[in-house]
Ligand binder design. Structure first.
Ligand code: CO8
Length: 257
């Protein structure tokens, strides 16, 4: 299906969102971010979808927020437009989201990648926050998400200097999950998505919630949520099926209930 700035399609139980402003390196204007988040939410509600993949094109995942759109903004126009409220909704997506990155992921494009759960990149991909060179700074979570991913000192170095990191550097620093040859990014991402799609959906959902709070709450609070989610998993038919299948020495058949 085609919206103004994204293409969407489904293969098996994987929902794809392809950023589609190739003339401007997939620069993210506000309407485009709205469309991305609305589609993430639609896939999240759709029982036939297990995993969501976000992708760009060969040259760019996304080269940042649309500079032309924001260049005449003032604090008041930003306050009234509230462009980041829609980004907050990404943190509420319960299904696994994988970013498949070829080419550039800069500024808001890198922030979109960092909002994803897992990240697969091509060997020539580049990640960075060039905002400092525009006299601004990341605004859609970049300072926080990159610091959590690679630590404060390395994050400061990259964001202060506005330098890009290579896919290999990003992998070594723990910012991304996998690097493959450029032409194999989609194949690898789909393989990863299909592996996730075989797992019990309720387990994936409860694990995502528990892992995400690890960054935000004191250890014992995180442990309590983990425990609550562990107990909750025992209310699912998939828990019965998973354990039954183990004792019967056969593969489980999960239904997501
Ligand atoms: N915004 C608008 N247009 C862009 C952007 C962008 N971020 N990036 C590229 N384009 C456009 C160019 O203007 C050009 O358009 P045209 O053909 O009409 O002149 C077209 O894309 C192709 O770009 P180039 O000709 O520059 O291609 P190059 O291969 O020479 O260079 C680069 C590619 C390196 C990506 C270069 O275009 C560049 O430096 N772009 C800007 C990158 C940048 O600074 N990104 C950060 C933006 S600020 C930001 O993201 C803040 C995030 C906070 C909030 C997010 C809310 C959505």
């Amino acid at each position: 299906m085609s919206k103004q700035f994204i293409e969407t399609f489904v293969e098996d139980s994987v929902g794809f969102i392809q950023l589609n402003r190739p003339d401007v390196m997939n620069a993210l204007n506000r309407k485009m971010v709205d469309e991305i988040v609305e589609q993430l939410e639609a896939y999240d509600r759709d029982d036939s979808i297990s995993v969501i993949i976000l992708k760009g094109n060969e040259k760019a995942f996304a080269a940042g927020a649309d500079i032309e759109e924001m260049m005449d903004d003032s604090p008041l126009t930003l306050e009234l437009a509230d462009p980041f409220a829609v980004w907050d909704r990404m943190t509420l997506i319960k299904k696994p989201v994988i970013a498949a990155v070829n080419g550039l992921a800069l500024g808001g494009g890198f922030e979109l990648v960092l909002h994803s759960d897992l990240i697969v990149a091509g060997e020539s991909a580049k990640f960075g926050f060039p905002e400092v060179k525009l006299g601004v700074m990341p605004g859609a979570g970049g300072t926080q998400l990159l610091s959590k991913a690679i630590g404060k000192r390395k994050a400061l170095e990259f964001i202060w200097l506005g330098e890009s990191m290579s896919a290999d550097q990003a992998l070594q620093l723990g910012a991304i999950n996998r690097v493959v040859a450029d032409e194999l990014v989609m194949e690898e991402t789909i393989r990863l998505a299909n592996s996730l799609a075989e797992q019990a959906p309720i387990s994936l959902r409860l694990i995502k919630e528990a892992v995400n709070v690890a960054d935000e709450v004191p250890l014992m609070e995180g442990m309590k949520l983990e425990r609550k989610n562990f107990y909750l998993a025992f209310d699912s038919q998939d828990q019965k099926e998973g354990m039954q299948a183990f004792t019967e020495k056969r593969p489980p058949s999960f239904k997501g209930v």
